[in-house]
Each structure stands twice: as C-alpha cells, then as structure tokens.
Ligand binder design. Structure first.
Ligand SMILES: [Zn+2]
Length: 267
C-alpha cells in the first residue's frame, strides 16, 4: 500500500471516529470482491440477456419461468461465493461500537453481509433469496437451498410467487429509506457504490452538503468522489480492514501515526 493511500485512510478514520451514528452504504463493488458477477457479463446461457430484459415486472409477466430460471441460477452462484474480509470488518465495526451506532444499508441483493455477521442489514433493493407473493398480499419467506417456495403458489392467497428483488421500474423499499431517516446518521461511509441509482444516490451527497463527514471507498471515480471528504481509490478488501483497524484499535492508530511521521517528503 502506498504511503499516500495509507495517509488518506488515516485521515478518513480520523474524520469518522467521533461520529455518533455511522451509516455504511455498500454497493456492487463490495460484492464484486467476493466474485459475485454484476448483471452484465454473467456469461453462460444468459450472456445475451441484459438485466433490463429479465429483472422487470414486464419480463416476469411475459415469461415467469424464464425469470425464475435466471434467479435460481443466480441464487446458486451466490450461494457458492464467500463473504470477504471487508464484510467481516463491518461486522467487527458494529460489534466494537455501542449497539445501534453503526447501521449498514446495501443496494446488493446477496446475503454476504448477513453471512459475515452484520446485523440489521437494510436491503434497499430487496433480497435475492426472498420469495414473495407476486400479487402483493404481503407474504414472503427466505427460500431454502432447493428453492422450494419458488415452485409453489403463495401459501396465503394462491397467487404466483416472485423473487424478492426490487426490479427496474419499481420503487425501492420505502421502509429502508425510512429506517435511514429515523437513524439520523451523522457520518457516512460509502463502499463500492456507483452512487448513480436514485433515491439511494442522494443520501451521501445530501449528508456531505449538510456538513457531515463522508468517506468513499471505490476503485473508480464516482459522482460522489469530488464531494466526499475522502475518496479512497482502491478495492474494498485492500483498504476496509485497515480503516476498520484504525477505527477500532488504538494500537494500530498509534503505529500508523508514527509511520506517517517518519515518511520523508519527496525532494
Ligand atoms: Zn399472496
């Protein structure tokens, strides 16, 4: 790791460490480090389809079997992926701070945060492993490895069932956005999110404009990069463990400060 990046991580940690309610927002870049493919380039039989052709209410209406086949394959693929050190670091961060001081919201539909031990994950775009009533009677259940619910009619009303993801053209879970509002975060850490899809994309810029510290971790520049207090240009797994170490460990913080003081400026 370059001294510049290490220095930026230390600065980012300093800017977050005094917050009382930290909102962590994760996106596709976080899951990509676990090998979960983004919609594009899934490969295999679905290579010629885009998510816009499969993850929509219209596609499900026209061909529910095809949409379910795609979802069952994605469930299988994701079930074979493992949470990485970045996911586990977020669980550690929650554990270290007082209960309820760190909440994690995600636009990812996988369950890697939960598998790593993160509590109370807010799934803003729904959860791929949920099966819900397509007629919206309110029934939903976490499906098992054999996708048994996905093959049955809704046990409450007999209608078809659908994946619990929120599709293109559907509005995102209002209860998720409401939970963030109620939490009233005073700092935000945005990890691997392109910050393009509304209304989630507004959260961090609005917090920054209100004067709250905002830190971004992303391997690519995003619309948030120029607004955030610190934008760490790297993969999640390369910087999140160090950042969380600095937020949770006095020893690591001291060592980093000493190391940074010993860096001689380039002549
Ligand atoms: Zn139903």
């Amino acid at each position: 790791m370059s001294p510049d990046l290490q220095g930026n991580i230390a600065n980012a940690a300093e800017c977050l460490q005094d917050c009382r309610r930290l909102l962590v927002l994760t996106g596709a870049g976080m899951s990509a480090d676990s090998g979960i493919p983004t919609f594009r380039g899934d490969g295999g039989v679905w290579e010629n389809y885009s998510a816009q052709e499969l993850a929509t209410p219209e596609a499900f209406k026209a061909n529910p079997d095809m949409v379910w086949d795609w979802y069952r394959e994605r469930r299988l693929k994701i079930a074979g992926c493992e949470a990485h050190s970045g996911h586990r670091c977020l669980a550690l961060l929650q554990e270290h701070y007082d209960e309820g001081r760190v909440i994690v919201a995600t636009t990812n539909e996988d369950d890697l945060l939960e598998r790593a031990g993160v509590h109370g994950v807010i799934s803003l775009h729904g959860n791929l492993f949920e099966t819900t009533c397509a007629a919206d009677c309110g029934w939903s259940a976490h499906d098992t490895a054999d996708n048994s619910y996905s093959f049955m009619p809704c046990p409450e009303c007999g209608a078809d069932v659908r994946p619990g993801s929120i599709w293109y053209g559907e509005s995102i879970a209002r209860c998720g956005m409401r939970a963030i509002q109620i939490f009233q975060p005073d700092a935000c850490l945005v990890i691997g999110s392109s910050c393009l899809v509304q209304p989630v994309a507004e959260i961090a810029p609005e917090m920054a404009m209100a004067g709250n510290p905002v830190v971004e971790i992303n391997s690519e520049e995003t619309p948030l990069s120029s607004i955030a207090n610190y934008s760490l240009r790297a993969n999640t797994i390369d910087v999140l463990p160090t950042l969380v170490d600095m937020l949770t460990s006095k020893i690591v913080r001291q060592q980093t400060e000493e190391a940074l003081q010993n860096i001689k400026p380039v002549a």
